[in-house]
Design a protein around this ligand. Structure first.
Ligand SMILES: CC(C)(COP(=O)(O)OP(=O)(O)OC[C@H]1O[C@@H](n2cnc3c(N)ncnc32)[C@H](O)[C@@H]1OP(=O)(O)O)[C@@H](O)C(=O)NCCC(=O)NCCS
Length: 339
């Protein structure tokens, strides 16, 4: 079997059932995205180009590896790289690198960059990213359930949840933007933009929201029961941001250590400052930067009381550790202030 010659190609809608078989072979029932157990939904995303995947196939026609990329909407300038999985008997043969190179052949011509959410049970995905010019951009405490169990690798639970190191792979230059942030996050954002050479003017002064722009806040609430994270995506912020986000902000539950909450906040809007400050008073803390999402960059704020064993985390780089410590310190500060 190990002498098998592997064939790398694009995943097609007709392959959906075979992809699910691969997910089951790699994760059993523990993969934290319902999509990857739903044949019709996978086929539809592949047909619409919202999921672009590469697979490795044996001469006998078995799928043994997959790397996917997911767009939140058609034409979005950035996407999420995800679902890297290799059957255990084919791990440690460089399949991941081949799949990563192959999937890039199928990307649309306009692609500003890719977000990654790398597991911290091992460093293989982080190192695969770092080798391709990827930078660390945050640390998501509740990203994966600690019950997620991948065959072939050590899956020790890292606490109540298994966190992810958030990373970003720049591909094409973005437009220049103004970014609003409270001063507490200014230096962190500035060093990230400097590292990426992204043209960003950072403003920390809250200015009145122009009445003509975005009168109403528009958001979507998303939940995947397999993942155990609720997420509010703010598409547009208006004067009513406080009321529009109130129900979601108040849905957090400090006793629910096995789940988490995210709010994605568009930083091009001046009201981002007031919302982030309000969230910090309520025990939310820095999650990660998402680049070029809702007409610009977003800050993902997170809420999770999950206990994490810092010493058990597998982090590949010093910068990665700096993000871990920055986020854990921010969590300490906001949880203390909100008590
Ligand atoms: C992580 C994964 C995708 C890497 O793919 P791969 O094709 O095996 O990667 P490579 O052959 O390039 O190996 C790179 C490194 O990964 C690590 N690695 C790969 N397989 C491993 C295993 N079974 N146990 C521990 N480490 C492993 C090793 O550090 C290896 O480097 P080394 O051989 O120099 O020590 C694959 O191991 C996998 O599918 N794991 C389970 C699912 C998973 O964790 N996905 C990542 C989600 S972010």
């Amino acid at each position: 079997m190990m002498a098998d010659v592997l064939h790398y190609r694009r995943l097609m809608p007709d392959d959906a059932a075979r992809l699910i078989a691969l997910v089951r072979a790699c994760y059993g029932d523990s993969y934290p995205m319902a999509l990857f157990y739903d044949e019709a939904a996978i086929a539809s995303k592949l047909r619409d180009g919202l999921l672009v995947s590469a697979v490795a196939e044996t001469a006998g026609g078995d799928l043994i590896g997959h790397v996917g990329t997911m767009w939140e909407y058609a034409g979005a300038p950035t996407a999420d790289a995800m679902t890297g999985m290799i059957r255990p008997e084919y791990q440690r043969r460089g399949v991941l690198a081949q799949l990563t190179a192959t999937v890039g052949l199928f990307y649309p011509p306009v692609l500003t960059g890719l977000q990654l959410y790398s597991v911290t049970t091992h460093t293989a995905s982080q190192r695969n990213g770092l080798e391709r010019g990827t930078v660390e951009c945050g640390f998501l405490v509740p990203e994966f359930p600690s019950s997620m169990n991948a065959a072939g690798v050590i899956n020790d639970p890292l606490g109540d949840r298994n966190p992810a190191l958030a990373m970003y792979c720049p591909v094409q230059p973005p437009p220049a933007r103004v970014v609003y942030t409270p001063s507490v996050y200014r230096d962190k954002l500035a060093s990230l933009y400097e590292r990426l050479h992204y043209p960003r003017e950072i403003r920390t002064q809250s200015v009145p929201v122009p009445a003509s722009v975005d009168a109403h806040t528009q958001c979507t609430s998303l939940e995947d029961p397999r993942k155990g994270v609720n997420r509010l995506v703010i598409h547009a912020m208006g004067e009513d941001w406080a009321q529009a986000t109130q129900a979601f902000r108040q849905s957090v539950d400090a006793s629910a250590r096995t789940r988490g909450w995210y709010i994605d906040i568009p930083l091009h809007h001046p009201a981002a400052i007031a919302l982030i400050e309000r969230l910090r008073q309520e025990g939310w803390y820095f999650g990660c930067v998402l680049f070029e999402r809702q007409q610009g960059d977003c800050l993902r704020m997170q809420y999770s009381h999950a206990r994490i064993q810092r010493e058990a985390l597998q982090i590949a780089s010093d910068t990665g550790w700096q993000w871990v410590d920055f986020v854990l310190a921010d969590r300490e500060a906001t949880l203390r202030a909100s008590r």
